[in-house]
Design a binder for this molecule. Structure first.
Ligand code: ADP
Ligand code: MG
Length: 701
């Protein structure tokens, strides 16, 4: 085996030199020979075909033509000059055009010598032209390594301005291969390669850069994608194992009085099978002696609260305290009110701590928390303050996790010498494929079943000019005693305009739904928290029938009598946000509706989003579509995640390969936990190399 000279700085590669090395480092992050091999082409083009000028079509893609320049001239344009060359072959004539860098070019272009040009042609004023063609003298072209499919590498403006064209990149990558004739170190075990029929590393690298055939290219890509995902999964799995070994957790081996009593006597409804399964998963975790780090996903209304409560009872049964943290005061208060009723029956003490808790009350809470008299503390960020000291916090539950940063969550840990068990609950479903890569080191529970009897929300899309009909519908619903949400978008960059939209909307609604027959609440981000709360409460108590709001109501608010959600300018919302908003209705026994209002001008992405909303209520299905539309980087700010800095694989498109990579990584660790077998040594070696290089971003740490 030969690991070659892949660690050598690129400055030392023939054809690179210090200037180019500098640009390659800055623009493409290429430092060593090995980085060049991992600069994978974005796409490939067929270079076996040479076109004649009279064969060109108005919509030709990129073409390759042999011909000569007969004449060059500079033409004045708005800014500077452009360079125009007449280019002919035996069938016709076209133009080559350069908009920049033309002085140097003009001197270097040769008249009447055969060139091979390559690029995209434009059709303008009855003739063809090719801007900024890739050019090569025919005689050089014939000497170079011929490949049927030419790789096109990622580029930047600076790269092309500084003369590092695609052709230059091809040349220097060829050079790496020339200097490593013996090939490259294999990185996957023989047995695995055999089982999956994977081609060797050397063959894969060669064919991904210089495909010998489309079939070879496919095999090469498959092998390299598999390898990339396999090592990520291995890292996540090993990390999870280490965490469980290293981080001791409290052992909750008692299922005691509180839990049993609640289960036997006070359960307000029968748990769904999904809830039962998740409670069991959590119970298992808490008994293992390792710290629990679990993500609980469940769509809006799937009943996560009771799972959180029963988990807290397990902590209490083992003489520990629990806390539940929510992102807003409204939500924290709702949790508190809901849980208080159950706690009373069981003789459990529970308190609410938020930014608006009075000083005197705060003091008592602090004291009772430290003495252990207080069992469960519910609250907002206020829980993270240094003054909040638990006697023995055993379980921390975090609701609606995307509102909290990693650092904030870590703060909860510091409250103990042994970290508490952590349960993170989210109503924003994360597609399985994404979860696997992002949270492969976390345990995940899913409540994938709604409580029985829930009517699914009817969703429709209406254009703005149907507003009168929509208003009539609202009137009918209000007559039936229902309440209505009307939500306006608020996107920061156009905040003042959005604010105007909201106020205009409010005024027109107020005209159509006049007092005293109708009462309207309004809530938006510019209001004082106290005023917001006041309006929310009026709506929650049924004193107002219509709530006009920006997205501040997005998360968690629970008004069971509200049965209509109208979303204005729905095309401006993301899918997960639309789904969250829709989740505000459908919480009671009545049939609920969601009406998506838009203008007629819709992008194709907007159409897809609206159609998806109309078609399904399933948060996981919606999350999958969202992932496809937006790409993984945009979802939940995962761009911070090293995991998604994939070089060749694509989490969405290669999700089958991802599943297989995970499966084989698990299998390998099961058979040989320490990677000691001869055939696995190469995995350990490669793993250590990668792990040294980059650590995978931690989800909860
Ligand atoms: P979320 O997962 O959105 O936090 P909640 O825990 O707030 O959902 O539950 C939504 C509603 O469903 C609550 O009113 C709750 O009492 C009710 N609920 C939860 N689980 C069940 C169940 N198994 N059977 C009937 N109702 C349930
Ligand atoms: Mg909830």
């Amino acid at each position: 085996m030969n690991s070659g000279n892949l660690q050598t700085p690129i400055d030392y590669l023939k054809g690179v030199g210090p200037n180019r090395a500098d640009i390659l480092r800055k623009e493409l992050g290429i430092h060593i020979f090995g980085d060049l091999l991992n600069l994978f082409p974005n796409r490939y083009i067929d270079k076996t075909r040479y076109y004649k000028i009279n064969e060109l079509q108005q919509n030709s893609a990129e073409v390759q033509i042999v011909g000569k320049i007969t004449h060059i001239k500079s033409v004045a344009q708005k800014r500077g000059k452009r360079l125009v060359a007449d280019f002919v072959d035996e069938t016709g004539k076209m133009e080559l055009v350069w908009f920049r860098g033309n002085k140097w070019l003009k001197e270097s272009l040769k008249i009447n010598e055969p060139y091979v040009i390559f690029g995209k042609v434009n059709w303008f004023n009855g003739s063809f032209s090719m801007p900024h063609p890739d050019m090569e003298l025919l005689k050089e072209h014939q000497q170079n390594m011929r490949v049927a499919m030419q790789p096109i590498y990622p580029s930047t403006e600076i790269l092309s301005n500084r003369g590092i064209s695609n052709r230059v990149i091809i040349k220097i990558i060829q050079q790496v291969f020339l200097e490593n004739k013996k090939g490259f170190l294999e990185t996957l075990p023989q047995s695995l390669r055999k089982e999956l029929k994977l081609i060797s590393k050397t063959e894969a690298l060669f064919n991904v850069h210089f495909p010998q055939s489309p079939e070879k290219l496919t095999q090469a890509q498959f092998r390299l994608k598999f390898e990339e995902l396999f090592y990520i999964q291995l890292q996540l799995l090993i990390k999870n194992r280490l965490r469980k070994q290293k981080i001791k957790g409290f052992v909750f081996d008692e299922v005691g009085e509180y839990f049993n009593q609640f289960y036997k006597n006070f359960l307000p409804f029968e748990l769904t099978n999904a809830q039962k399964r998740v409670v069991k998963e959590i119970r298992n975790d808490l008994g293992t002696g390792a710290q629990m780090n679990r993500l609980l996903q469940g769509d809006v209304g799937s009943g996560k609260t009771i799972v959180a409560f029963m988990s807290s009872l397990l902590a209490l049964d083992n003489k520990f305290q629990a806390c539940i943290m929510a992102p807003t005061e409204i939500l924290a208060t709702q949790h508190y009110n809901g849980l208080q009723e159950w706690c009373e029956k069981l003789g459990i003490t529970i308190e609410l701590l938020t930014g608006s808790t009075k000083k005197s009350g705060r003091k008592i809470i602090h004291e009772n928390l430290e003495s252990g008299e207080l069992h469960i503390l519910v609250g907002t960020h206020a829980l993270l303050e240094d003054k909040v000291q638990f006697q023995n916090l055993g379980l921390a539950i975090i609701d609606e996790q995307h509102r909290f940063g990693v650092a904030q969550r870590a703060k909860l840990w510091k409250k103990n010498t042994i970290p508490p068990h952590v349960l993170v609950m989210t109503a924003t479903p994360i597609p399985r494929t994404l979860a696997m890569s992002l949270y492969g080191d976390l345990d995940i529970s899913v409540i994938d079943e709604l409580p029985p009897g829930r009517k699914s929300i009817k969703t429709v899309h209406r254009f703005d000019n149907n507003r009168l009909k929509v208003f009539r519908f609202i009137r009918d619903e209000i007559k039936k005693g229902r309440q209505i949400y009307i939500v306006y978008p608020l996107i920061e960059e156009s905040e003042s305009m959005d604010y105007k939209d909201l106020m205009d909307g409010y005024e027109s609604i107020a005209r159509d739904f006049p007092m005293p027959e109708y009462q309207i609440s309004i809530v938006h981000g510019k209001m004082k928290p106290a005023d917001k709360d006041y309006e929310m409460k009026r709506f929650a108590n049924g004193e107002t029938q219509i709530m006009v709001a920006t997205t501040v109501i997005e998360v968690g608010v629970n008004v069971t009598n509200a049965s209509v959600m109208i979303i204005e300018s729905a095309e401006r919302f993301g899918l997960s946000q639309l789904h969250q908003l829709r989740g505000r209705v459908g919480r009671g026994a009545e049939q609920s509706y969601c009406i998506l209002m838009t203008g007629h001008k819709l992008s194709s992405d907007s159409k897809t989003r609206l159609e998806t909303m109309v078609k399904t209520n399933d948060g996981f299905e919606i999350a999958e579509v969202d992932l496809k539309l937006r790409g993984p980087g945009d979802i939940m700010g995962t761009q911070q995640s090293g995991v998604l800095n994939l070089k060749i694989a694509d989490i969405v498109k290669d999700n089958q390969i991802l599943k297989s990579a995970r499966f084989y990584a698990m299998k390998l660790l099961k058979e040989d936990p320490n990677l000691e077998e001869e055939d696995h040594k190469i995995v350990r070696y490669t793993y250590n190399l990668i792990a040294k290089d980059k650590t995978i971003w931690n989800y909860i740490s």
